[in-house]
Ligand binder design. Sequence first.
Ligand code: GUN
Ligand code: FE
Length: 433
Amino acid sequence: MNERSFVLKGTICHSQSPDTLSIMDNAYVVCENGISAGVFSVLPERFQNLPLKDMGEKLITPGLVDLHLHAPQYCYRGTAMDLELLEWLNTITFPQEAKYKDPDYAQKAYSIFAQDLKMSATTRACIFGTLHVDATVLLMDLLEETGLKTMVGKVNMDRNGSPDLQEESSQASAADTRKWLSQVIGRYQNTQPILTPRFIPSCSDDLMRRLSEIQKEYQLPIQSHLSENFSEIAWVQELCPSSRFYGDAYSQFGLFGGEDCPTIMAHCVHSTDEEIALMKERGVYIAHCPQSNTDIASGIAPVRRYLDEGLHIGLGSDIAGGFSLSIFRAMADAIQVSKLRWRLLDDSLKPVTLEEAFYMATLGGGSFFGKVGSFEKGYEFDALVLDDSNLRHPQQLTARERLERFVYLSDARNITEKYISGNIITSNTLQGI
Ligand code: GUN
Ligand code: FE
């Protein structure tokens, strides 16, 4: 027995499938050595010697997973949202990311990011850095200290950047990637590298070939962007005339899913039937980022179709295309934009439900990290304890109604405790918030 073995009592909610949410009042969830032993209405004899924390009325859910965000963009979230993707990258994003060449700036900006992510509902995240090796290692050092489990990428970009934000050549980009990997592999418990070609317009064919070699050599997962915006998609077709569709431009280099190349593609707003079929075949994860898709006017992804066809899908904040770090907020956005899509674009694709949004935020994205996102026996024990006592109501609400209000009304102050793999990460009780 150790500190990572205990029992929490409260109202326990977790997804069993995309459309099934299990909710049990006055129930027990058992953590043994950081792994869930399951949820019980009566605590089995064999766990009665473990320390029990009675959370009373509070809700207990799995931790939330952010499958896509950009750490260097955190500082300007909530600004410059009147542009579409390509203009936004050139005029706002690239000049901002260029600042991370300066280690003092990176230290300042990334410290704020790491602290805020720690206090959020997010327990696991897949994060883009910048092309700078030193700043990306610093970001990983800071994230490691938070106890959050993250995958972090040094970004690759050897073309179509700006004078201040572009690698000199494909050779230089690959060499910096190897330098970064030599510094970070084996250095952390919580933080892993993920290969991060920014998107096809940023990466020459020769760079993609070199990244493919690195991916195989180190058996790394990869993350990138796919079919986000109409001008971007047309540009990819010009840059890669031999590709049949955008995803094929990654696939030609062996960087599009499959058992040996776990892959996250952000957005997939305008994916073609062929692209969707290939994502399904290769088990590519879609990071659905509804707030970003709204802010930079990219469109609305057909999430109902992805869910019904059984594709892997989770949620992303896509800071700073999105302005909010909250994955509760991403759930609300996913539901809301799906209603607009259904009403205005295609009434055959029904809106996303609360159950489905919760699934995407927990088990849907969590499975990219392994057995993560559920309290089923054998899953890593990532949990949030949620206090809604400030969201006052004159009636007695059901647990499902309370969870729904959390999605729309909560903020970081409603999180009483956060656990990752059975380790306590934050506790408002301790901090007196
Ligand atoms: N495509 C390439 N880079 C980016 C980025 O930083 N944000 C978003 N939303 N899309 C991208
Ligand atoms: Fe992004």
